[in-house]
Design a binder for this molecule. Structure first.
Ligand SMILES: [Zn+2]
Length: 360
């Protein structure tokens, strides 16, 4: 006999209602709390931006008076191209996968409309502040994702690369998110996005920004792995696997192995006899995160069955915003204020790497 409730109807009923914005909390600034009415108004405004990107674009033009005056990271969305049917299909797929991740933490579905994903052709000027290595980003206050088309023509049509960048940004979008009113101002800015939080007022340098990227990219790699049977992806996935085998014994000019197992997409252009290898992103961030997980595991083997259980502690903090358990685990493993020290290092990747290297 089992006391388990039958699956289905009951679970369906308990599932929380769908959400229409990534913002879960709206905070006042230090010593200046906000009224219930203002908070509700801010929630309503973000939902409006989420649901109606066309109107949001119109309002941006009104606010800045012309497209030229709009900050570059937002201006690019005015140069987006139309989405292909297969891209809309992949957006739906990515929404489903990332909703499952939310549901695991009892968070409601958040279906990001295709309108909120802006695809920018490679010949459009890319925001200078982001540099050439950034291919995509998420803007919490605009409730939007920007994806840049690859510049190299052999990569332009890769659906694996498109899906990888899309899922990465969707996980940022669907992680814990809060905004905070700036001191002595009616303006709001991002306060938390996943593990990342403001270091100082009015400055977007994040505590835990590096670990946040590591967690998001590791989750993305798992999601891509779960997508390999998708009809649109399958051929590319198998092609990459074939090339991995063929190239296994090859070395690069400086004597390194050509294939390291981290490849996302491989292509060989017969006409030009050129090889394109694209790997998963955030290599250093993931290395630092995994090194930290390894060190935590060494100290807590009696409590955790495997390293994945430690990774889950990071994912829980990322998705729910509750960082106390992670903080306690770090302090218990390496001494008081370890968590605080990692926060203070912020986004200085060299410093964080050497700090974690030295942890005992
Ligand atoms: Zn990211």
């Amino acid at each position: 006999m089992s006391f388990e409730k039958p699956r289905g109807a009951v679970e369906e009923k308990e599932k929380p209602k769908e959400k229409f914005s990534s913002i879960e909390r709206v905070l006042g600034s230090k010593g200046q709390d906000i009224s219930k009415e203002e908070r509700e108004e801010v929630f309503r405004a973000t939902e409006e931006i989420f649901k109606n990107q066309k109107k949001y674009k119109e309002e941006l033009i009104k606010e800045y008076e012309s497209i030229e005056n709009i900050p570059e990271v937002l201006r690019v969305i005015f140069f987006e191209r139309e989405k292909k049917d297969e891209e809309v299909y992949l957006i739906n797929h990515a929404n489903r996968l990332t909703n499952q991740l939310r549901n695991n933490f009892n968070k409601p579905d958040l279906n990001i409309p295709a309108d909120n994903i802006h695809i920018i052709p490679s010949d459009v000027n890319w925001p200078k502040e982001l540099g050439d290595n950034t291919e995509s980003y998420y803007i919490s206050l605009g409730q939007l994702i920007v994806l840049r088309e690859p510049e190299i023509k052999q990569l332009k049509n890769s659906k694996t690369i498109f899906l990888k960048n899309l899922i990465h940004e969707m996980i940022h979008f669907k992680s814990y998110g809060s905004i905070k009113r700036l001191e002595n101002s009616s303006e709001y800015n991002v306060y938390r996005s996943g593990l990342k939080s403001f270091k100082r007022e009015n400055e977007f340098i994040g505590h835990f920004g590096i670990l946040d990227e590591g967690v998001v990219e590791e989750l993305t790699i798992k999601a891509i792995e779960d997508s390999k049977d998708l009809p649109l992806i399958k051929n590319e996935f198998e092609q990459t696997k074939r090339y991995k085998k063929v190239l296994e014994a090859e070395k690069t000019e400086d004597g390194q192995e050509l294939i390291n197992g981290d490849e996302l997409f491989i292509n060989f252009d017969q006409d030009e006899e050129s090889l394109q290898i694209v790997c998963n992103g955030k290599v250093r961030e993931r290395k630092i995160l995994n090194q930290l997980i390894e060190k935590i595991y060494e100290k807590n083997q009696s409590q955790y069955k495997n390293k994945n259980e430690i990774f889950e502690v990071f994912v829980t903090a990322e998705m729910t915003g509750k960082i106390i358990k992670l903080g306690r685990l770090l302090d218990k493993s390496f001494g008081k204020k370890t968590f605080r020290k990692i926060a203070d290092i912020g986004e200085d990747i060299d410093e964080l790497e050497s700090f974690i290297n030295k942890l005992k």
